[in-house]
Design a protein around this ligand. Sequence first.
Ligand SMILES: N[C@@H](CCC(=O)N[C@@H](CS)C(=O)NCC(=O)O)C(=O)O
Length: 216
Amino acid sequence: MSLTFYFAPMSTASITEAVLAELGTPCERVQLSIEAGDTRKPEFLKINPNGRVPAIVHDGTSIWESSAITMYLGETFGIDAGLYPALGPKRGEAMKWIAWSNVSLAEAGSRLSSSLPAGSPGGAQPNAKEWDPAGQGNAGMAEKARRDLAGCLGVLDGGLAGKSFLLGEYSLADTHLCGIVGWLGMMHVDMQPFANVTGWMQRCGQRPVFARMMAG
Ligand SMILES: N[C@@H](CCC(=O)N[C@@H](CS)C(=O)NCC(=O)O)C(=O)O
């Protein structure tokens, strides 16, 4: 078995980093620098033509998109480890949350990140100068993104009602979503109205993987 993980520090790849750490799956790690343009070099574009991390190569096949990677690693290594559901409705629930978190939650998060002034926590975009040469951000866009995020966090809060974790027991769905919600926290998204989300984040933070990542 060969597994290679392509990542950059402080990026979406941190989600895959946490998933791999939960699973304890051995892999070769290849660190790229977004600032140095490594993600756009021809050799990496052969692995992910989108020029983005994370990406993994498992036994010669490349898989990109963090949500697909989490689901794939869960199916492949997570069932016996008790971290991902076997085929059936619980698997569907895991997929629902993981897919939604990328398509809806992280989408609004990306809009917020792109609209923050240069240098804002969580808002640093290496290519931001292309659309915001003065680095002042876009307050209107940021406000709309924060409204959309509040809507998404309401959905997540409802999904966590009466539960310790998304599927009841801790799973890689929690690992994945916790990575995204942690990033939103860096951008000072207001979590206070969402008590189920804040309680769940605290429980996720007690996992050794997240405690280690937060300690740097
Ligand atoms: N939807 C993708 C987003 C990945 C993504 O945006 N990665 C950024 C870092 S956070 C990246 O690699 N950017 C490099 C570049 O734009 O060259 C996923 O979830 O995997």
